[in-house]
Design a protein around this ligand. Sequence first.
Ligand SMILES: Cc1cc2nc3c(=O)[nH]c(=O)nc-3n(C[C@H](O)[C@H](O)[C@H](O)COP(=O)(O)OP(=O)(O)OC[C@H]3O[C@@H](n4cnc5c(N)ncnc54)[C@H](O)[C@@H]3O)c2cc1C
Length: 473
Amino acid sequence: MAEIYDIAIIGAGPAGANAALTASEQGCRVVVIDEQSKAGGQVWRVKSAAIAKAPDTPETVAGNALRDALSISHAVHMSDTQVWQIEREADDWAIYVLAAGRSRKIMSRALVLASGAREFVQPVPGWTTPGVVGLAGATALIKQDMTLPGQRTVVSGTGPLVFFVASEVRRHGGTVAAIVTPNHRTEWLRAMPFMAARPDLLWRGSIWIADLMLARVPIFWGYAVSEVSGGDTVTSVEVCKLGPYGAPIGRVSTIHADSVCLGNGLIPAIEAAQLAGVPLEHRPDLGGWVPRADSDGKTSIAGLFVCGDSAGIRGAAAAEIHGKLAGLSACAFVGKGPSVAPVGMQRRYARAARFGMAMTALSIPKPGSDGLTTPQTIMCRCESLTRDDITTEIAAGAQSSNAVKSGLRAGMGPCGGKFCQSAIARLIAKTEGRPETDVPPPTPRPPLRPVPTAALAGDFDYADLPIPKPAPL
Ligand SMILES: Cc1cc2nc3c(=O)[nH]c(=O)nc-3n(C[C@H](O)[C@H](O)[C@H](O)COP(=O)(O)OP(=O)(O)OC[C@H]3O[C@@H](n4cnc5c(N)ncnc54)[C@H](O)[C@@H]3O)c2cc1C
């Protein structure tokens, strides 16, 4: 028998956990499902047991408060549990989850998607060398396990994350060989009026930059990593100057390093929304393709809500309030709680979203940045496909993400296209001279996460198969 809830929530980050808390306060039976072992999502990731005694950071404090609130709430938190399929069954939602190697089904009347974001890395020659990690991925390594990417690291990427990661590398005893950012100082100055709305974060960011400048860490403004060299590990990194639209224009310098953090902003994780059938829209200001939804999380599908970064990259502060708004919308749908969210909550969300979107504007890749991907650069890591392989397929008539996927298997490997699809869609648009709006992501297919066949087979055992006696000779 499937477990039945009023509201199921996918993701226990700031958005999903707050949706769960809000909905359970209104008397709903709530389950919040997350593949991580503790709530907190990407930003408020819990420290592992090995570093539990390390001093708390603002992120651990916020995460601990959230985890404490969740633990005393009536919401059921299913941790270490992956959602791999979502289906409509009459008026309810059937959510298939994988936990401890077994698949099972959960039913709910309303479904809130709060599955967060993933990072975008523009492929450059050598980006698959061991020692290259995602810029956002590096925050996970450092926060959860205090593990540094290497001893001497080039930290490269857009937006505020590049300064956060560089200062964290230094705080944990690593050397930052250089910071390389496609942003210019003038772009940061233009973002200042929005940042003034969060003096606490502005102050924190100023401390990171002051520390890096005092330590004389070289900062390459308006530059990008153009090549990573090395074999079993990184040995050096080439950086090049970028033109006004982000295309490489020469002036190459070489920096010696054993590791690189590389990132070009975040992309909303929309696969769950796609599987549930929510119409998408292309919003570069929110990180790319997003599910169409109102500010209170309502979508055009009855009983389906999206919030947080999976509804568009607006940052953690906005995700927290967006989760509460979506939680209230889901409660209203199941007939519990107020039918309209408090006006003050809507206003706080709008203010936080303005700040977050100013950071997103600094983080999104510039149109010329795909010039960093040379013809021989691997774009699809799972299938080892180069840019050349993909442009040849496009020239042969593959004009959509689906066509490139079915022709070359790009996106059919273990990552399910999470690493390559955005770069491939941008390449199709550029090669064909079409707007990116014309090249939507491929049709979503289950499973959302890899599922072992044994989990689907359940208790089936080959030994139980009746084996007919050999026929008499
Ligand atoms: C790798 C990474 C690191 C980041 N680090 C920072 C940072 O240091 N500072 C910062 O300000 N911002 C950071 N961000 C941005 C940050 O994620 C958000 O602004 C904020 O956490 C958004 O909250 P959210 O609740 O919308 O999503 P998240 O916090 O991302 O939470 C989403 C949750 O959904 C779960 N989930 C997704 N799909 C499934 C599934 N199929 N089954 C089960 N569980 C699922 C995930 O495990 C995750 O816990 C990072 C983003 C990424 C991708």
